[in-house]
Design a protein around this ligand. Structure first.
Ligand SMILES: *Cc1c(COP(=O)(O)O)cnc(C)c1O
Length: 411
């Protein structure tokens, strides 16, 4: 407790109960570490859900936020601001230089922008009398909690209680090109998928599948929209995860890691389709505000200055190899290791939520995912030493869980 603040009680009395929260409150962070209000230190391999790209309180980010806070916080999008212009140029460069960027405040809002693009494109394609509103998404997808995002997320846990949803969404099997080809018809405006599924349990699109999808979309005149909200911004050892497949989408949604902790979302749209958004068709009050853009710019500049992509590429392989060895060592505990770079999922045979708790009790913060998966999402500055430390705790917890499962089975 800090200065007699009873955070737990204040939450109970005042914060909406939509999260099942553990009895823990963080008060401070530095690099890969977090501290709670009892003074306990943790190794943070959650990164606030793939958000804190540079770790906690990176000096370059702190300085950029402080400087901008003393200069100009907000002007709205009724006017230009230079930080938004600079950030847009940087993201456009990363995406190939032949598009335009729109800024918003979250991943769900970025995806809403992509879905609105698909409607505008469908109208252009089908003409005034035609109908072209279908969007093909993937099974096990997660695209956010707005009505559009929920409608693209075929999970009872997400959708129950909120019907009727937005019409037009159909679902196909990830990494099954035929399944997607069968789902696309004359009324389809877009294919919309995560390049690597995050919440669904870390399921990467295979290279040939993404290449095949690109070809399918070109042949059918359908937009390829990629949700890189979790897998983008250097997390997999390349700037955008689709670079692994060498394909170019027509539009990209991004958010989480872009601001290294400040709330920012963005969409990039290829120039061929960017003009579908004419003045008045889309907007947001806070998007692209100077404070947030200064933070995102500092994040991207630090990624370059500190060779962070290289770090993730090298150490990401080290992390996956170490987990693969652990699986060989403990085949009854680990079902599969999936992912790329610092976006890794470990499917286990025991209960993932119990393992997440056990790790936390031993000072390692890791998030779960669907399908009995524990995720490793370290900040992109994490070193081999820190990876070793995380794996040591994880292994110990897995061993204890397995011992307990065996004891229960024989009891
Ligand atoms: C987290 C996430 C979202 C939603 O982002 P919010 O910022 O929580 O709205 C959308 N898509 C993917 C792939 C995500 O991982």
């Amino acid at each position: 407790m800090t200065a007699n603040i009873d955070t737990e009680q204040l939450y109970k009395d005042n914060v909406l109960g939509n999260y099942g929260l553990p009895p823990i409150s963080f008060v401070r962070g530095r690099g890969v570490h977090l501290w709670d209000d009892q003074g306990n230190q943790y190794l943070d391999f959650c990164s606030g859900l793939a958000v804190t790209t540079l770790g906690h309180c990176h000096p370059a980010l702190t300085a950029a936020i402080q400087k901008q806070a003393e200069t100009l916080l907000h002007v709205s999008n009724l006017y230009r601001n230079e930080k938004q212009a600079l950030l847009a140029r940087k993201l456009n460069d990363k995406a190939g230089g032949n598009g335009k960027v729109f800024f918003c405040n979250s991943g769900a809002e970025a995806n809403e922008g992509l879905l609105k693009l698909s409607r505008l494109y469908g109208q252009r394609k089908a003409g005034a009398e035609g109908k072209c509103i279908k969007v093909v998404c993937a099974e096990k997808a997660f695209h956010g909690r707005t009505f559009g995002g929920m409608s693209a997320t075929p999970k009872p846990k997400v959708q129950n209680g909120f019907h009727p949803l937005v019409p037009g969404f159909v679902f196909a099997e990830l990494n099954n090109l035929e399944s997607f080809a069968n789902a696309v018809d004359d009324e389809t405006s877009a294919v919309f998928i995560e390049t690597i599924q995050g919440e669904g349990g870390i399921h990467p699109c295979e290279v040939e599948f993404l290449q095949g999808l690109r070809k399918l979309c070109d042949e059918k005149g359908v937009l390829l929209l990629l949700d890189e909200v979790q897998c983008g911004i250097a997390r997999t050892g390349v700037f955008f995860a689709f670079e692994h497949a060498g394909v170019k989408p027509d539009a990209i949604g991004m958010a989480k890691g872009l601001g290294s902790g400040v709330p920012v979302g963005a969409i990039w749209i290829h120039d061929e389709f960017a003009d579908l958004f004419t003045p008045g068709t889309h907007a947001t009050t806070f998007g692209g505000t100077p404070l947030i853009c200064a933070a995102a710019l500092a994040t991207l500049e630090t990624i370059e200055k500190e060779n962070i992509i290289e770090n993730v590429k090298l150490n990401g392989e080290y992390l996956i190899n170490a987990l693969d060895s652990l699986q060989n060592e403990m085949p009854e505990s680990i079902v599969e290791v999936r992912g790329r770079g610092y976006l890794v999922g470990i499917q286990i045979s025991g209960d993932n939520l119990a393992l997440v708790k056990a790790c936390r009790d031993k000072g390692l913060i890791v998030p779960p995912a669907e399908g009995n998966v524990v995720r490793f999402l370290p900040p992109l500055i994490a070193t081999k030493t820190e990876i070793d430390a995380a794996i040591a705790i994880f292994k110990e917890c897995l061993q204890e869980q397995m011992a307990q499962m065996k004891a229960e089975a024989t009891a």
